[in-house]
Design a protein around this ligand. Sequence first.
Ligand code: PAF
Length: 304
Amino acid sequence: MRPGSGRGLRVARDGGDHVSVYWCLMEVLSTVAAMQSARAATPGSVALVPTMGCLHEGHLALVRRARAENEHVVVSIFVNPTQFGPQEDFERYPRDPERDLRLLAAERVDAVFMPTVEEMYPPGFDEWVELRGPLTERLEGAARPGHFRGVATVVARLFRIVQPHRAYFGEKDAQQLQVIRRLVRELHLPVEILSVPTVREPDGLAMSSRNAYLSAEERRAALALSRSLRAAERLLGNGVTDAETLRRAARDEIAREPGVRLEYVSVSDGETFEELEQVERPARLLVAARAGRTRLIDNALLAP
Ligand code: PAF
């Protein structure tokens, strides 16, 4: 990105007594115009890692892969209101921009795009990107009406502003990843979409910014999600390809944990997200459940 602006000495606090001072080589851009002019002045390959901040190792795995494969790396941090339902957690979604910037500077990110809501959705905004069909209407689409419309709209806008050659997304949001692949295909966007496997805590919990909501007891109970995936994977490893038997194994594992309320278990085609009867080719096993008030999702590739 353009040398000069946004670089310099920064001070960050960790919320307690710890203060770090670091030399930042990153540009931090908060307007669309500043992002576009930095992009226009940047030759060579540009990667975008779209995030909603409150970064964890899962995000950093995307950033490291982008860093290794591109000359320039842009990370966006934007808690996108249009992908949250009216009863969802937009207001209380965890935000920690100072810590995020410190982590991204350490990964040698070139620029961070941190627009305000007004900047991304100026007054009078009424341009939506909506993909229809089972991919956006089942599972997360059914549980969170309007969610994928918000995701597709903001990602299309980010792509238009940043014009990356490549964009990186986590496989933890497997359905979102396919929505974005379809978005790029249907709108003929010149962006290559790359995915990075889910990063897990040592005990198996998939990393998620929403894990910050969990009490110690809820966090323990939340391990039922990854256990349910392993239970179905074990059966598949023993040659069971009947999808309902695999779903039942995952459901039974979750039912054993009273601290978790199951929303769905699905064995779906990995591209269309339609439910399968038999796993005869690579498929996705997906679970969604609540631990306390926190809604969690996880998934695994089922490769027969
Ligand atoms: O996965 C996320 O964090 C968000 O859905 C994304 C892709 C940044 C769009 O707001």
